[in-house]
Write a protein that binds this ligand. Structure first.
Ligand code: T1G
Length: 696
């Protein structure tokens, strides 16, 4: 591989070009190259300034995350950045693309910073379970103030060039396509004006009240409950105020190392790479997706309108079909309302909204308007009869090569494909509600789906900024199938002695955004009830069926929408519904169950063991390609705590032996629900992990 760092001397200026595609990460060879370049500059007396810039798409996007977990190699990044800062001549960082993490830290070690208008900046380390470990927590507070630095570092968010300029992170914005020239002309100007090196470490940080740190800690204890990195970020920034620079840097390093060794860092890095690896699906490798510019959506309800907005926001043309004029008008209102939400949140200008509604979006009752659609996504009522009617019409109307997709959340996509004369063009695109917000998209590949149709599904997902996961056809695909199992484990814990409220609390403490019973109330208890009734004829008589939720539904309590479910909803918020306890007590008595206290950890163990066990089956059956596909699904569609990496990462962290032992323990209570998955048993026997399968 050619040298990733090139040094050339032009007009007494040392120009350092970094060429380490795809994102100029600070790999070992890049660090060595930069170190050598600044050693060379220190040796020469004909150099009056230096410029660092990134070739191709971006400045440095950070340390090379692939090196994490391996023994660090010198030069270490903090030392390298100190060397850049110590340079005897002015150093200019010429910035474009994304200067993130160690990349921004390199720029902060330079003396002057100039950027193009589209450049973006950030210290996203906290999203990886670590913290800016190369001076970012010490230099950013000095340059931009403690409060700006605290917010930027604990959120990990990206910052635009204008905001960076206003905060003092960069000195100039220059609208040019020639990054090298931009840096050179700034350097020439600095030389001409006799400018000297301007070292950020020399700046005394503006003091702030200690309350600033206490408030940050308290806010993060709620917002980032259970997470280590945000709290260490606060401590590192605190050190920028309370310690001299060198000691602040040492404090940052110690806090960084502590995080590097944590399970949370391993889990968050796993999530980062899994969300990229999940799109690497063998069957579409090298397969050209079909062109996508016009999308058809059938159904203008919550899902259809959300899908339409998701496509409209990425510049696609959308034709939405409803059954009659009144439904068309309702659909238009739904779409406009969701888009207006983006305007209110500042994600869309009113002008753009008007342009979308005028030029990109149309709603109609005429299927004929779909004749030019490249992809049509059906999002109508979950009934095979209705789907049959829709797909028969689509088959007759749509152009050859149009992709016909169903948003069904559990119906058999093979059966839907068989309703058409073109099963090779049929696929499942299972969006999650609200479709314009949730990142997960399950791409359900039917038996006859053509590879380029699957590739088109992934291309559409990328266009919609979704995280797509390939799923095989089964009831519930990946996520909902696993969900039905861990929900049963929750019910089992309730029948054994826990209350639904204890189950919710245990899982919220574990890191879920909401407990399963609160989620059911939110979604509507009638939905789960309908599913259970649908599956009743096929239910195995050995299954221990929990009835207490049915009792609530029979009484008309469907959760938030009726003001009462597992919880009672009034203007005082939500409080446990005592009626539930009576239903459960009656059910235990009828089933002859003597309730016992279920410790919080056991609730978590039951929940996780059921999730992991069914996930192992889903992987073994090929419904999910790899364990990482299950992790990506649960992280992006089911609120699984990201800092635990997903159920399979969690299983590897606690050990598959423990998971199997838990399953065998619970099987003594219910040997139908708790049957160890063969894959899990095999991995334990072979001393392997789910991670071993990810890389197989
Ligand atoms: N290291 C290694 N590989 C990386 C990488 C990185 N930092 N960033 C991206 N990649 C790979 C990625 O896996 C993918 O690989 C390809 O590049 C394109 O990425 C000391 C310790 C820069 C905004 O957290 O946010 O610095 O799948 O698909 O959508 O304080 O990548 O093609 O084989 O995401 O255009 C801090 C992480 C590191 C930035 C581009 N930096 N990257 O997005 O492309 S920690 C980050 C991103 C650190 C210091 C600490 C995004 C991007 P493949 P992509 P994209």
């Amino acid at each position: 591989m050619s040298d990733p760092v090139l040094l050339e001397i032009t007009d007494d200026i040392a120009v350092i070009a970094i060429a380490n595609p795809p994102v100029n990460a600070l790999s070992h060879s890049v660090r060595q190259g930069l170190d050598a370049a600044f050693a060379e500059i220190a040796r020469r007396d004909d150099v009056k300034a230096a410029v660092i810039y990134g070739t191709d798409r971006t400045f440095i996007a950070g340390a090379d995350i692939r090196e994490f977990g391996k023994p660090p190699q010198e030069p270490f990044l903090p030392d390298l950045i100190n060397r850049i800062e110590a340079c005897a001549v002015p150093v200019v960082a010429a910035l474009h693309g994304t200067a993130l993490g160690g990349g921004l830290e390199v720029a902060l070690g330079a003396h002057y910073r100039i950027a193009v208008p589209s450049a973006r900046f950030g210290l996203p380390e906290v999203t990886l379970g670590i913290l800016p470990g190369a001076g970012g927590t010490q230099r950013l507070p000095r340059l931009a103030g403690v409060e700006f630095a605290l917010e930027a570092i604990t959120s990990g968010r990206q910052i635009g060039a204008e905001e960076a300029l206003a905060a003092g992170v960069i000195d100039r914005i220059s609208d040019t396509a020639d990054i090298r020239e931009m840096g050179l002309s700034y350097a020439r100007e600095l030389i001409a004006s006799g400018a000297q090196p301007r070292r950020t470490s020399d700046i005394a940080p503006e003091p702030v009240s200690p309350d600033v740190f206490e408030q940050a800690r308290a806010k993060l204890a709620k917002k980032a409950r259970g997470q280590l990195a945000p709290q260490n970020c606060v401590k590192a920034v605190e050190g920028a105020l309370s310690l001299p620079f060198a000691e602040g840097l040492a404090n940052e390093r110690a806090l960084f190392q502590e995080l590097m060794e944590s399970d949370q860092r391993a889990a968050l890095i796993h999530a980062f790479f899994a969300e990229r690896q999940v799109a690497k699906v063998p069957e579409i490798n090298g397969v050209e997706p079909r062109a996508i510019s016009r999308i058809g959506v059938i159904g203008g309800g919550t899902m259809g309108a959300g899908i339409a907005v998701s496509a409209l926001l990425t510049g696609l043309q959308v034709t939405l079909i409803e059954r009659d004029a009144e439904a068309v008008s309702r659909a238009e209102t739904n779409v406009a309302k969701i888009l207006q939400g983006s305007v209110k949140r500042g994600k869309l200008t009113q002008e753009k909204f008007d342009a979308i509604m005028r030029e990109a979006f149309e709603a109609s009752a005429e299927y004929a308007t779909l004749a030019t659609a490249d992809v049509v996504i059906e999002a109508v009522f979950e009934s095979m009869e209705v789907k049959k009617e829709v797909f028969t019409k689509l088959d007759a109307i749509c152009k050859p090569g149009a992709v016909l997709a169903s948003n069904t959340s559990y119906l058999d996509v093979n059966e839907i494909a068989a309703m058409t004369t073109r099963p090779q063009d049929v696929i499942g695109l299972h969006f999650f509600s609200p479709a314009h917000v949730m990142r997960l998209l399950e791409i359900v590949v039917a038996d006859e789906t053509a590879p380029d149709v699957t590739a088109t599904g992934f291309a559409l997902a990328k266009r919609l900024k979704k995280v797509a996961v390939r799923a095989g056809v089964c009831d519930g695909f990946i996520g909902n199938r696993i969900l039905s199992h861990y929900r049963k484990a929750g019910d089992g814990a309730v029948l054994a002695g826990a209350s639904p409220f204890e189950v919710d609390r245990a899982l919220v403490n574990f890191g879920l955004a909401m407990g399963p019973y609160a989620v059911s109330d939110l979604a509507g208890l009638d939905i789960g009830w309908a599913t259970r009734k649908r599956l009743a004829p096929t239910r195995d008589p050995r299954e221990v069926y929990a009835e207490f939720a049915d009792r609530l539904c029979e009484a008309g309590h469907f959760g938030r929408k009726t003001g009462k479910g597992f919880y009672v909803y009034d203007d005082g918020g939500q409080t446990p519904n005592a009626e539930v306890i009576d239903h459960i007590a009656e059910e235990r008595a009828a089933k002859g169950i003597a309730a016992r206290e279920i410790p919080e950890q056991e609730i978590v163990d039951r929940y996780m063991a059921a999730m992991i066990n069914e996930a192992a089956r889903v992987v073994e059956e090929g419904i999910a390609l790899r364990p990482l596909d299950v992790d990506v699904t649960l992280l992006n569609g089911y609120g699984f705590p990201r800092w635990r990496g997903g159920p399979m990462q969690y299983a590897d962290t606690v050990g598959l032996e423990k998971v199997l032992a838990d399953i065998e323990r619970f099987a003594q209570e219910d040997d139908f629900l708790w049957q160890p998955a063969p894959l899990l048993k095999r991995l334990v026997a072979e001393g392997k992990t789910f991670a071993d399968l990810n890389n197989a």
